[in-house]
Design a protein around this ligand. Structure first.
Ligand SMILES: [Zn+2]
Length: 413
């Protein structure tokens, strides 16, 4: 086998150089979307892309498109990319790897003087992480028309600035209208952010779908009271009700299906004082499953059950669904291109679903899309200790390289 491959050292050096911008003492990275450090990371990316001969375009939500010309430059571009922003205590690879793997593909195509039929766009999507302002996946959601430009420009960040003002300050308030760029397809390369590939000793995950998600907020209302005087049977203790609800939810999840993910990650107690019976508790539910019907069935059981528990505790309850996303099935042809590239390169692989949300979920609504996963150490992500090996990084980029060449030359086998 004599397939062309990316340069493992250059790819790794790019990852390590980018990681210095916003680098943290524990080895991680903090480049919050549209902060000055995000601006510096973007500048470095643009400089690298210009060095390999790309034309750079920026749209009005700050998405960056680096184009490598094809023989038919007016045709829609095969595209790839991910995000450069991180969580406050983020790692060096989540998102960044997908962007720099695309850059390495460009360098490799140049080194081998390979011209493709279709042009190729390498894209940096704005604010995937939502650590500085909401909603997550801002750039790709605006691109597919799920968020209006005016609304998102007016969103206030945690620093009290507006999104439009930040885009202008860091120099990425572009002119292109998001969504007008013609794309043929989208590949996103990403670290798995879970433990499956590593534990099964597989190098490549051929991603077939993302899971459905539902975010709920629950507010429970009782009555504040003196911890030393009110008898237990006379209390309207919102915390006791919340504890019963959380126990119920956990049991429901465990009994339903092993693929279900249910998390109570946020809880507020009011007034949060040692000697006051809590009169109000607020918590969130993050519910995920790959099957929409099962997700709906579980979702439907939650509301009546929590109302009944509230009743038993003499409490009132308000529930709100803050976000609902159906599972996204990726495009068969794109999945096959990734599978064929992995097999051709002799890389161990398996089909896998994505537990986390990604920009690819959005792109899948408008163009043929799929994702390539590589293992990450112990499945750790959104953590300064997030880690990958340089050979896995190169393997994922090689799969991307061959899948892109096949797609851009119409070599669907
Ligand atoms: Zn990511």
């Amino acid at each position: 086998m004599n397939e062309i491959v990316v340069n493992q050292t250059t790819l790794w050096d790019s990852l390590m150089t980018m990681a210095k911008i916003g680098g943290l003492p524990g080895g991680g990275c903090c480049r919050l979307a549209l902060s000055d450090t995000d601006g510096e990371g973007r500048d470095l990316f643009v400089k690298w892309c210009q060095e390999v001969g790309c034309d750079i375009t920026v749209d009005q939500i700050g998405n960056i498109y680096a184009r490598r010309a094809g023989r038919r430059n007016d045709a829609p571009a095969v595209s790839t990319g991910s995000h450069l922003d991180t969580q406050p205590h983020g790692g060096k690879f989540d998102g960044i790897y997908g962007v720099l793997a695309g850059l390495e593909v460009f360098r490799t195509l140049n080194n081998h003087k390979i011209e493709t039929e279709l042009p190729i766009d390498l894209i940096v999507w704005t604010n995937e992480e939502a650590a500085r302002f909401h909603p997550p996946l801002t750039g790709s959601s605006t691109f597919i028309g799920n968020i209006s430009l005016e609304d998102i420009h007016n969103v206030e960040t945690i620093d009290g600035t507006r999104v439009a003002e930040d885009l202008a300050r860091i120099g990425y308030l572009g002119k292109d209208v998001p969504g007008t760029r013609k794309l043929d397809s989208f590949f996103e390369t990403h670290i798995e952010q879970g433990p499956i590939l590593e534990s099964e000793n597989k190098t490549i995950g051929v991603v077939t779908q993302t899971q459905g998600m539902r975010f709920l907020t629950v507010n429970i209302f009782g009555e504040d009271g003196h911890a030393g005087t009110v008898p237990l049977c006379d209390r309207r203790d919102a915390m006791t009700g919340a504890a019963a609800m959380i126990t119920f939810l956990n049991k429901l999840a465990i009994e339903t299906d092993e693929q279900i993910r249910m998390t109570i990650g946020f809880l507020q107690v009011f007034p949060n004082s040692i000697s006051t019976i809590p009169g109000h508790v607020c918590f969130t539910i993050d519910l995920r499953h790959p099957d929409k019907i099962l997700l709906d069935t579980v979702g439907k059981r939650i509301e009546p059950a929590l109302y009944s528990i509230a009743d038993q505790h003499n409490l009132s309850i308000e529930m709100e669904c803050n976000m609902e996303k159906s599972p996204v099935l990726f495009n068969e042809e794109m999945i096959n291109l990734i599978q064929q590239a992995a097999d051709k390169l002799g890389l161990t692989n398996r089909r896998i679903l994505s537990g986390a949300g990604h920009d690819a979920m959005n792109l899948a609504q408008v163009v043929p899309t799929s994702m390539i996963f590589i293992p990450c150490e112990k499945g750790i992500s959104h953590n300064e200790h997030e880690n990958i090996t340089s050979s896995d990084a190169a393997a994922g980029a090689n799969v991307l390289l061959h899948a892109i060449i096949a797609r851009a030359n119409g070599l669907i086998q």
